[in-house]
Design a protein around this ligand. Structure first.
Ligand SMILES: [Zn+2]
Ligand SMILES: [Zn+2]
Length: 265
């Protein structure tokens, strides 16, 4: 499984892009500003976009992607999300005021954008790759994703979430996870803001990891607010979690196999 972290920051700035992950060239999880790293040709090869939730840092480049590809798309771009997320996009983004409704263009029966409502625990199969939405707890309806490949590789992405036993119970159904990408937006001294905005801090991330029956083989940390990056990473290191931990950067690429993960050099 090829995993390209096009964006993984909790904010913006030089070298910082917001959440967008490309899997095996043709599938995206979220459509944050990291999507802007792709060439026009690479954008054209995207067929499926799975969204974790409707917050701007996760969807901001989806309208621009459709505009870029409008004349060239031969099949509709398939966008998958919880029904509440689709409703939010239709009401607040693709509403003809902020952006055209591409699900009606060039006409309703032959549109370039197709919304596909999803439910958690339902599997979507594409060639050798299976995607399943998994529970998350955030201030708006949200999910994470499990990506599995026929060779046994398992990649999980939490999306934006707080720690909750119900959330980790879903991960415990999976067994061994080769790589878990987990958000950690705030340092512990801002735990009150993290609780209000339903994000993780190093302390609640530790609770998350320790409530898993089996530690993931790799833990990838994402969604740090840029101004707290060093502080959060310092706190995470001091936790000495019983797992191999890595701070992701926008542009990181991995080749994940069951029991083996090679970063691109
Ligand atoms: Zn969010
Ligand atoms: Zn976010």
């Amino acid at each position: 499984m090829k995993i390209e972290v096009l964006g993984c920051s909790g904010g913006m700035g030089k070298g910082e892009s917001t959440t967008c992950i490309r899997i095996n060239d043709n599938l995206l999880i979220d459509a944050g500003s990291g999507l802007g790293r792709l060439s026009q040709q690479e954008m054209l090869s995207i067929e499926h976009v799975f969204l974790t939730h409707a917050h701007l840092d996760h969807i901001c480049f989806l309208p621009l992607l459709l505009d870029n590809l409008f004349e060239q798309l031969e099949a509709p771009l398939q966008v998958y999300a919880l029904p509440e997320v689709i409703k939010a996009l239709q009401t607040h983004i693709f509403n003809w005021s902020i952006w055209p409704d591409f699900s009606q263009l060039p006409n309703a029966t032959n549109a370039v954008l197709k919304f596909n409502p999803i439910v958690t625990n339902q599997q979507h199969q594409f060639a050798m790759t299976r995607l399943t939405a998994i529970s998350a707890q955030h201030v708006v309806p949200a999910c994470g994703y499990i990506v599995q490949e026929d060779d046994g590789a398992v990649f999980c992405f939490s999306g934006d979430t707080r720690f909750d036993q119900q959330v980790t119970a879903a991960y415990n159904q999976l067994g061994a996870i080769d790589a878990l990408m987990l958000e950690c937006a705030f340092p512990d001294r801002l735990a009150d803001i993290a609780i209000k905005s339903q994000h993780l801090t190093p302390a609640s991330l530790a609770e998350f990891i320790l409530s898993l029956d089996t530690a993931p083989k790799q833990l990838w940390i994402t969604h740090l607010k840029p101004s707290f990056r060093d502080e959060i990473w310092g706190e995470l290191m001091r936790l000495n979690l019983p797992v191999s931990i890595r701070l992701l950067s926008s542009g990181d690429t991995f080749f994940l196999e069951h029991d083996r993960c090679a970063p691109e050099t």
